[in-house]
Ligand binder design. Structure first.
Ligand code: NAD
Length: 495
């Protein structure tokens, strides 16, 4: 299998150069479907954090990137996109090998959707950075009126630290670095130690596209590197995606120096299936949700709230659809669900399911490792019922292929249960009555809701983000792009 050539360079990307780390430590990147080591990467240390932050600060204070026109930045980013498009097939292989995503998911959401988002962000660089505001009239003391006019100007925020989780490495890295760079910021990117390789493909693309030195820096490493990057006074903004626990730590680490934080955190999103829903379509959606990327997705619906009149029929359909999934190595044709990222994550999933069983929960299907796969971190798609929404499995993010099905008797009850969660990332409603489905969507305390399966794709114009413990701020859309800007008002005296 062709892997990104950079993996073997053994270097980090700092100030436009490939730099060997000062320390000796390396981190094995493991294929979660085979448990084979696919690369051994050098791990960044504090010296590399320091060098990367110095380079990013210098590039921001003195370099051309924040000062060039939006159109010039846009052209550079579009050249970067061309490099990535030329490496599309290699990126798909890389994502499959590193994250365990099946071929269709790797090609679709991981790579093609991400490259479409990249184009959106590259084009956003050329958006006007000055917008007129409504005029105003001020009564003068002693008579007459003053005509005032204002504009708001979007300026780059400064040095951005971007920290990513393991599950969608290309997508999430791009969701951070591309809008940050488009708006004229400079960036230090720290990918997840489990899935670091895509970040280096991005660095190679930046180098080939002529992105000036210091604008994009990539440093590997774990908690110590993350802590150093998020507490350093040279940093203005942190964009973090990961668990809510680490998100809280990141906000605290950045608080002493009052950094802006944009946090994209976990979820436990609810799918509401009304009595009048197309049950076959809803069950297919439900299974697609809880098993996509083996359930390791922040915005997936993993709590399935089903009207009691159709609950048993729905459970049968869900079980049938779940059992039809082809679990295995993504490299094997026909695979529709891959492994969890590491053994530790599989054990965590097992603990949740065992606890639910001990608490009287019923396992409708799954609840075990597949018999025929003795290598790789696989776990069967698992449906739990017989537990209520207050149970641990219904309240906490499991991050594995586990769905919890809870019954309800009225729309009001469904909304109450859906909102009874520490998280608020997404949600979904299935109903033949689209007006009522829309009204339910308005009542859900979440950043996004899909009705009857949604629009099918991930629109770059749609803002994405969470309420409550699912985060602060937005990615994508105009709101997400403008997170990376300071907004300045300039007032004119027009006479
Ligand atoms: P994680 O929180 O364990 O780690 C995320 C990143 O933070 C990693 O790069 C890690 O090295 C780094 N890190 C760890 N401790 C740190 C510290 N103290 N300071 C700075 N950085 C630190 O998350 P994960 O296990 O990689 O990913 C899964 C989590 O990510 C889930 O909770 C999932 O819901 C969430 N997620 C959210 C979104 C979203 O957009 N809302 C998208 C994908 C994943």
């Amino acid at each position: 299998m062709a892997l990104a050539g950079l993996a073997y360079k053994g270097a980090l990307y700092i100030d436009g150069d490939w730099v060997s780390p000062s320390g000796e430590s390396t981190e094995d990147v493991v294929n979660p479907a085979t448990e084979e080591v696919i690369a051994s990467l050098p791990v960044g240390e504090l010296a590399e954090c320091d060098a990367a932050l110095a380079a990013a600060r210098r590039a921001f204070e003195e370099g051309p990137w924040p000062r060039m026109s939006g159109a010039e930045r846009s052209a550079t980013l579009l050249r970067m996109l061309d490099v990535l498009l030329a490496r599309r097939d290699e990126l798909i292989d890389l994502v499959m090998t590193e994250t365990g995503a099946p071929q269709g998911l790797a090609a679709g959401l991981h790579v093609d959707t991400t490259l479409a988002h990249f184009r959106f962000f590259a084009e956003a660089a050329a958006w006007p950075n000055v917008e007129p505001l409504p005029y105003d009239l001020t009564e003068r003391v002693g008579g007459g009126r003053l005509l005032g006019s204002q504009v708001q100007v979007y300026e780059p925020y400064g040095v951005v630290v971007a920290i990513s989780p393991f599950n969608f490495p290309l997508l999430i890295n791009v969701a951070k670095i591309a809008p940050a760079m488009a708006m004229g910021n400079t960036v230090v990117l720290k990918p997840s130690p489990f899935t670091p390789l895509e970040a280096f493909v991005l660095a190679e693309a930046a180098e080939q596209a002529g992105v000036p030195a210091g604008v994009l820096n990539v440093v590997t490493g774990g908690t110590d590197v993350g802590q150093a990057l998020t507490s350093d006074p040279r940093v203005d903004l942190i964009t973090f995606t990961g668990s809510d626990t680490v998100g809280v730590a990141v906000a605290q680490q950045g608080a002493d120096t009052l950094k802006k934080v944009v946090l994209e955190l976990g979820g436990k999103s609810a799918l509401i299936v009304r009595e009048d829903a197309d049950l076959e379509a809803a069950a297919q959606f439900a299974v697609g949700q809880y098993t996509l990327q083996a359930g390791q997705g922040c915005s997936l619906c993993t709590r399935h709230l089903v009207h009691n009149a159709v609950r048993s029929q729905f459970l049968d359909l869900m079980a049938r659809n779940s059992q039809a999934l082809q679990i295995g190595d993504p490299a094997v044709g026909g695979t529709t669900m891959g492994p969890l990222i590491r053994e530790q994550q599989r054990q965590r999933v097992e603990r949740y399911v065992d606890e639910a069983r001990d608490d009287g929960g019923e396992v409708v299907t799954g609840g075990r490792r597949p018999d025929d796969l003795d290598r790789g971190f696989f776990y069967e798609p698992t449906i739990l019922t017989g537990v209520d929404n207050t149970s641990k499995v219904a309240q906490e993010e499991i991050f594995g292929p586990v769905a919890v099905v809870v019954g309800f008797d009225s729309d009001e009850e469904a909304v109450t249960i859906a909102n009874d969660s520490p998280f608020g990332l997404s949600g979904a409603v299935f109903s033949k009555d689209s007006g009522t489905a829309f009204e339910i969507a308005l009542q859900l305390r979440t950043g996004q809701v899909s009705l009857n399966g949604g629009s099918g794709g991930m629109n770059s114009w749609a803002p994405f983000g969470g309420y409550k413990r699912s985060g602060i701020g937005r990615e994508y859309g105009v709101a997400g792009v403008r997170e990376f800007c300071q907004t300045k008002a300039i007032h004119f005296n027009a006479g």
